[in-house]
Design a protein around this ligand. Structure first.
Ligand code: SF4
Length: 334
């Protein structure tokens, strides 16, 4: 019988982000006497590590807690409990003042670049702003850096004086990426950065992110709602379901030997471009995500799992290492 294990990487690897038992709960109902009666457990005891220089993909359906996890790690949210060791420093309960030196080192790119770019500012102003915040007081120096960043993300110097509405969705995401790189971060949260883009543009943005990673030595946490998007860019992938991590594995291993029924179901839901193969494959992902407000015992996936047995209703499965670096939380692997 496999014993439960924390999903940790080898000791030889240089861990930049070490998340331990992270919880983010939202009280959503109170009694007349002010006591919390209902809690939404958006992130519920999540542990994983991100190695310096890698891309860690985090996937799951909408509402599974992946974005809340990412935003908690860079402390855009307060966290309920747990540790977020960033280069050995626990960010989880730092004050805003204590976080300041880390803010520069961690940046984010979001799904909708239009809403994260002030429409009244030119590209030059948008990318200069973080430079000013982080101490670049010389205007000529800032201009020079902005032009270099525009070139890095495939835009031209004449784009600097234009406004966000004058660009396509893909170009706006390039501006967001340039803005996030202005502070010279080492860690970037990529929160569904390609989900709102045309399929033809998605590959260009992914390739650009990979090139920038190689050139600047960046570490990414890349969040996406389906597995087809993250395979290409991720070294390792974590799969989340209702606030829990259910599987972590190296990218190729996850695709060739998925261990959790939910991962298998997500893989079966990836569209196949060949119509002759479509009929031979069955989408295993049935039903909707259960309500995160329901207090359940046992495995949270059991209402949708075709392999559930009696034990699944009683005991919550814990992570077990099924092959080197491959962790699965399912009783089928006990
Ligand atoms: Fe399915 Fe049981 Fe495994 Fe949960 S623990 S995924 S219900 S077999």
């Amino acid at each position: 019988m496999n014993t439960p294990q924390e999903p940790r990487v080898s000791r030889k690897q240089d861990v930049l982000v070490d998340v331990k038992h992270l919880k983010k709960h939202y009280p959503i109902e109170k009694s007349l006497f002010g006591r919390t009666t209902k809690v939404l457990k958006a992130v519920d005891d999540v542990s994983f590590q991100i190695v310096r220089g890698e891309t860690f993909g985090l996937v799951g359906e909408s509402g599974c807690g992946k974005s809340t996890t990412g935003r908690s790690i860079i402390r855009l949210h307060e966290v309920t409990s747990g540790e977020i060791l960033y280069d050995g420093n626990d960010l989880a309960h730092m004050s805003e003042r204590e976080l300041l030196p880390f803010r520069k080192r961690m940046q984010a790119i979001f799904q909708d670049p239009y809403s994260s770019l002030n429409p009244g500012m030119t590209v030059m102003q948008l990318i200069s702003e973080p430079l000013e915040i982080h101490g670049y007081s010389n205007r000529a120096e800032r201009k020079e850096i902005v032009l270099q960043l525009l070139s890095k993300v495939g835009l031209k110097s004449e784009h600097a004086e234009r406004f966000p509405h004058e660009f396509s969705g893909g170009q706006r995401q390039r501006i967001s990426i340039a803005r996030s790189l202005a502070a010279k971060p080492e860690f970037v949260l990529c929160d569904e950065p390609i989900s709102a883009l045309d399929v033809s543009v998605q590959a260009q943005v992914i390739n650009m992110l990979e090139d920038l990673q190689g050139e600047l030595g960046l570490t990414y946490l890349f969040i996406a709602h389906d597995l087809s998007m993250v395979r290409h860019i991720s070294n390792r992938i974590g799969v989340m379901y209702l606030g829990k991590l259910v599987e972590i594995a190296p990218s190729d291993e996850l695709y060739t030997h998925p261990g959790h029924p939910y991962t298998k179901a997500l893989l079966s839901a990836i569209p196949i471009p060949n119509p002759r193969l479509v009929t031979s494959r069955r989408n295993l992902l049935q039903g909707d995500l259960a309500s995160p407000l329901e207090e359940t015992t046992g495995c949270k996936f059991r209402s949708r799992c075709p392999f559930a047995v009696g034990r699944c209703a009683e005991v919550e499965p814990e992570m077990r290492e099924v092959s080197p670096g491959h962790f699965v939380a399912c009783h089928l692997n006990d």
